[in-house]
Design a protein around this ligand. Structure first.
Ligand SMILES: C[S@@+](CC[C@H](N)C(=O)[O-])C[C@H]1O[C@@H](n2cnc3c(N)ncnc32)[C@H](O)[C@@H]1O
Length: 314
């Protein structure tokens, strides 16, 4: 298997769309206000965003450091950098925002350059996250801040779900949990990253010698109940339609194929995967029908961490 080819190209429409869509309402506004204080953002800071994509972290935290400040987004995708540069004109007022193509393993900055170096959902996709974190630390000034917003999607997958969909029997639920764990092992083996990285980052920072390490969780709860009142629930309704591929068999097949590769690479039994497909085939039409008829409900949180650490002064 050509491993490189199987890595995500985030400028492909399918993925780029997620960088816009799934970022909307990712954090609650009042949470962001509190996080910005906790993180210690101040006007005038120089901030690097590694694996910036379309600059979501930049425009999210710009109100807290942008006045007289500098934001530099770095991403390996020239297409995303082009798009991010165009949209920055809308949000980067009274400061300087720029974007450049670059590698998170070799950031294009001298040592001790930025007041803060941050990333969001970058480390979870890297084969060597600790190496990228080391590089983020290198370009941060002594006493400066390193911030990582990364989820533990594996733990979120292992939650006992509550929704309008039919309950799985215990054997089926255990099979789904087992496949999530095996799939993540395969993902790591294929060099596609680690879905459970969020909770590993504080210790990674500690090993690298950062101090004042602390972590918080995204406090947003995704709940949907008919008639899906308000912009957040409406957005979630659209997200389910879009990302569960309920109307799009080709997309469904694409994601299933990726899952299968990871499951098998993790040492999963092909017969187990067939059983998983059968469960999916049974639930998917019910899911679609409930969405189409406005009957679907669900409630749950996800484990999305934001971790900060400070580079030692000496
Ligand atoms: C899931 S996206 C996150 C984008 C953005 N941080 C956000 O939260 O919207 C991961 C991003 O990391 C970029 N990326 C992956 N590997 C990289 C590397 N080695 N160097 C620089 N960027 C990288 C991808 O191109 C993609 O834009």
């Amino acid at each position: 298997m050509n491993r490189e080819k199987k890595k995500i190209d985030w400028s492909e429409e399918r993925w780029k769309d997620m960088l816009v869509y799934q970022r909307k309402f990712l954090w609650l506004e009042d949470t962001l206000d509190k996080l910005a204080v906790w993180l210690g953002f101040k006007p005038g800071m120089t901030v690097i965003d590694a694996g910036c994509g379309l600059g979501n972290l930049g425009y999210t935290y710009w109100p807290y450091f942008g006045e007289g400040g500098r934001y530099i987004g770095v991403d390996m995708s020239p297409e995303l950098i082009r798009d991010a540069t165009q949209t920055a004109m809308d949000w980067a007022k009274n400061g300087e925002a720029s974007f450049m193509v670059g590698d998170a393993y070799k950031l294009p900055f001298p040592d001790d350059y930025a007041d803060c170096t941050m990333c969001q959902t970058l480390l979870m996709h890297l084969e060597k996250p600790e190496l990228a974190l080391t590089e983020m630390l290198r370009v941060t000034k002594p006493g400066g801040l390193v911030v990582c917003a990364e989820p533990d999607n594996l733990s979120s997958m292992l939650e006992h779900h509550y929704s309008s969909l039919p309950e799985l029997d215990l054997e089926e639920e255990l099979l789904c949990h087992k496949s999530a764990i095996i799939g993540n092992l395969g993902r790591i083996k294929l060099g596609r990253g680690d879905n459970s990285i969020g909770r590993k980052i504080p210790m990674m920072m500690s090993r690298l010698g950062l101090v004042e390490i602390d972590a918080r969780l995204n406090d947003r709860v995704s709940h949907m109940e008919p008639p899906y009142e308000g912009p957040v629930q409406q957005h979630q309704l659209m997200s389910v339609k879009k990302y569960c591929s309920l109307d799009d068999d080709k997309e469904h097949e694409f994601f299933l194929q990726r899952e299968k590769e990871e499951f098998l690479a993790g040492g999963g039994d092909p017969e187990d995967f067939e059983r998983l497909i059968k469960i999916g085939d049974r639930i998917r039409p019910i899911h679609k029908q409930q969405i189409d008829h406005g009957e679907f409900f669900a409630c749950g949180g996800s484990q999305f961490y934001i971790i900060k650490g400070r580079k030692r002064l000496t």
